[in-house]
Design a protein around this ligand. Sequence first.
Ligand code: AMP
Length: 396
Amino acid sequence: MTAFRTLDQADVQGKRVLVRVDLNVPMENGKVTDATRIERVLPTIREIADKGGKVILLAHFGRPKGRDPKESLKPVAEAVSLHLKKNVAFADDCIGEVAEKAVAALKGGDVLLLENTRFHAGEEKNDPAFVSALAKLGDLYVNDAFSAAHRAHASTEGLARVLPAYAGRTMQQELDALTKGLEAPKRPVVAIVGGAKVSTKIDLLENLVTKVDALVIGGGMANTFVHATGLNVGKSLAEKDLAATALRIIEKARTSNCAIILPVDGVCAYEFKAGAVNHTYGIDAIPEDQMILDVGSQSVERINAAINDAATLVWNGPLGAFEIPPFDQGTVAAARHAAQRTKEGKLVSVAGGGDTVAALNHAGVAENFTYVSTAGGAFLEWMEGKALPGVEALRA
Ligand code: AMP
């Protein structure tokens, strides 16, 4: 059971339902080039429309400073209509007379997209006057945009405070997965954190060591830890000035009974280039003139053993420079192993944030994970243990 109000508790029939969605889709020459985000919000739109609700979609697009035709949602309305296989009306503004007229014209089951909420400064300021102007347009509020939930904006947080508020189906799915991942997980829990730098993930590492039973550190950031423990990392990417931070995290893990699993070997090359000549060395024998670009096979064995011991896995960040083969092999091998354990029903696997989705897609296993979040910033803030304003406002 989720601790959030969902569409199960909402009576939408004949009601004006303001639905916050993420339609910040990639566009080229006025055409949507990847419709993943559109696909994700269709179930909520369909359900409300099928139940006779008037669906009024709210979304931001890009980072406009005031009204800017280049950041209009109008072409996105056409794309939503195409995927929904149903007419989607569009209003040139998200508040005021234009929006009010468009809403008044709706019948039960109709769908309307309002213009970019960020055309008004009140959106990002969560300005009460702007919140009221939006709230006038609806009887209920549904938030289906987890990826924007780390922002306390008018359409992501303010509205939930003034209208009866519910999680949409995609938001609900994300919250259920995240609860299974870290808030109420089946233990033992292992986390894998990779990626380029420690500096962007200090809060995340500090939070995880207090919550998980084992933390695997890979990617460029592992080099900083390896250096901090007194070993030589050659020409590898490493933030040597963060050695003290790395040691503090190791110490915090020790007092929290969290095992830290660092690479025991590394695939090294002279240059950061696809197909570069490479050799695997023990982590205490990294040559002075080479860089570690992936975890080695012995490290993968240890990581896979940690996955075998776990009932739950949370994963953010690749274990190596996965974009340039053959330095994708560590990430691919561990991802495939986690996917296999998940398929066998032995593991709940939750992954997300930035390059992680690309890495799992590259390994061909994103479909086999229990849940892969495409939410980027919001997913990372959740992994950091931060309260997400848009989510908090939906708590039952
Ligand atoms: P992040 O956005 O922090 O998750 O970092 C992802 C990036 O880290 C990817 O572009 C990887 O190529 C890079 N990366 C992972 N491991 C290494 C490594 N050992 N050396 C250099 N870059 C790496």
